[in-house]
Every structure is written in structure tokens, then in C-alpha cells.
Design a protein around this ligand. Structure first.
Ligand SMILES: [Zn+2]
Length: 273
């Protein structure tokens, strides 16, 4: 039975019948069966003190046989963004796969390379489109509205860098992670508490974070690719880029700790409390 999904499209903001959108595109290694688990369910399962963040066994999940995604876009927006941006993103992801699987030793934590003939604007607009889908519940937040307009206008260039910063990293792991807009608090000591707004998605072989209204001295994770938005739709360029390589073992934004590091922290906290 195919139930209709009626809701607000994450891009045009109109109430319409929604179609399933692969996040990221299915040709970008997102075609195997997935079992998405809600972060809240994971938090509420924390009565199991021995559960590590990558252990999702026994949690309620949806069954997505053809890859990860959600009913977030109307047919028209899906077709437009798929035609304009999808292939360029898939091409970029395939090249990153080749790099990770054939060229970069497994213990390397970053890689510098030249990537030739890519469409920077199309790639970043596909990334922003995914962020709009992940944040569909706050589609009318002004920060998201600007991003929606940016994606839906093929000719729009130059995201406001005082408001947005988009960073990329390579991901060796197989967990797919969607983090909607979150506020991260960094408590250095009780007199020095800082916060920042971020949303993240990660799949193999690429992960992205979008930061909102960062202060000048705020740190961020990954390589800043916001300047991809400064290119025109048809600009095709060679890029020299250095990009970090992380694992992804937890649902928390900006958490790139290895499994061993997470286990050490858990053991330390257990000893303390
Ligand atoms: Zn739409």
C-alpha cells in the first residue's frame, strides 16, 4: 500500500504531496537498506548503561529498503534539484570514494589533493538542499528560508558568509547521521561557556556541517567550502583542497571521536560517578 504523504515541502514551503528524497542522493552510495533510529529514542534508551553510541540494537527503527532519506520534497522541487545539482554531487562523492578506497592509507587523518573539473556551485547547492530537508520542521525559520531560496534559484550565488559557514570532511564510517539545527554548549569553565548553532549530515564518503551566525573566534570542524557558493551554475573548476578524514560513531554533532576514545570517556565517567 502506498500511502500519500501530504506535508510542507522543505524547499518551496508549499503544502503538497511529498516524495521520498534520498539524503544524500541514492547514486552517492545511499542505496543499501537502512534502519533509521531517532536520536531521542537513543537518549531514552540510556537506561542501558552499557550501550555505546554506535550500538542501535533493539531500538525502534523505520525500514528503508532503498537507502536513507525522508518524505521532504514535492515532485517539482525534487525534479528541479535532482536535474540541476544531483549529478555533480554524485560525481564528487564517487571521486571521494576512489580517494578513500584506493589512494589514502587507512591511518591518515587528512588528505590534500587536486580535484579537477567539478561544479562547485552545484555541489554546495545539493548539500544545502539536504540541509533544508533535514531541517524541514523549521522550514520557516529565517535562517532556513534564505537557504531554501538559494537552492531554488539556479542563478543565486554567494551565501552570506557572516551568517553561514559550510564545512566538509571525509567519512570512513557507515553510519548515516542527520542532525537538525542544534545548539552546542562548550563549557570550558563556569565563567567561560560558549555556544554555537550547527546542523550536520554525514554519510559515506562525505560529511557536512553548516554553522549559523558563528562568532569570529568560534572553532569549526572540517574544511570550509562556503566559497563554493561564489561560483556560477556553469562554472567548472579545478580545486586544490585539504580535507580531514573522520570516523562517525555517535549521533552528536561535531563528535568525531573514535570508538576507542568514546569507550575511554565512558569508562572515565563511570569511575567518577
Ligand atoms: Zn516543493
Amino acid at each position: 500500500m502506498n500511502a500519500k504523504h501530504i506535508g510542507i515541502c522543505a524547499l518551496c514551503g508549499k503544502e503538497k504531496e511529498l516524495t521520498f528524497e534520498h539524503l544524500p542522493p541514492n547514486k552517492a552510495f545511499n542505496f543499501t537498506p537502512a534502519k533509521p533510529v531517532n536520536g531521542e529514542d537513543f537518549i531514552h534508551s540510556s537506561d542501558d548503561k552499557n550501550r555505546v553510541p554506535w550500538d542501535l540494537s533493539g531500538l525502534k527503527y523505520q525500514n528503508q529498503q532503498k537507502g536513507m532519506g525522508s518524505f521532504s520534497l514535492c515532485q517539482s522541487c525534487k525534479n528541479l534539484t535532482g536535474t540541476w545539482y544531483g549529478d555533480s554531487y554524485v560525481d564528487f562523492a564517487k571521486r571521494m570514494h576512489f580517494l578513500l578506497s584506493k589512494e589514502v592509507p587507512v591511518d591518515h587523518q587528512a588528505v590534500a589533493f587536486v580535484v579537477r573539473k567539478i561544479y562547485p556551485q552545484r555541489i554546495i547547492k545539493q548539500v544545502v538542499s539536504i540541509f533544508c530537508s533535514i531541517n524541514k520542521d523549521i522550514y520557516d525559520d529565517p535562517r532556513i528560508t534564505t537557504l531554501r531560496e538559494f537552492v531554488l534559484d539556479k542563478e543565486a550565488v554567494s551565501l552570506d558568509k557572516s551568517r553561514y559557514k559550510i564545512c566538509a570532511y571525509l567519512n570512513r564510517g557507515i553510519l548515516i547521521k542527520y542532525c537538525g539545527l542544534s545548539v552546542l554548549l562548550h563549557i570550558n569553565d563556569m565563567k567561560n561557556i560558549t555556544s554555537k548553532c550547527v546542523s550536520e549530515f554525514c554519510a559515506y564518503p562525505l560529511g557536512f556541517l553548516i554553522y549559523f551566525d558563528l562568532e569570529e573566534d568560534d572553532s569549526c570542524l572540517g574544511t570550509d567550502i562556503t566559497a563554493f557558493s561564489d561560483y556560477a551554475f556553469d562554472d567548472i573548476v579545478d580545486f586544490q583542497i585539504t580535507i580531514p578524514i573522520f570516523e562517525n560513531n555517535s549521533w552528536i554533532p561535531e563528535d568525531t571521536r573514535s570508538k576507542a576514545e568514546i569507550e575511554q570517556t565512558i569508562a572515565k565517567n563511570k569511575a567518577r560517578f
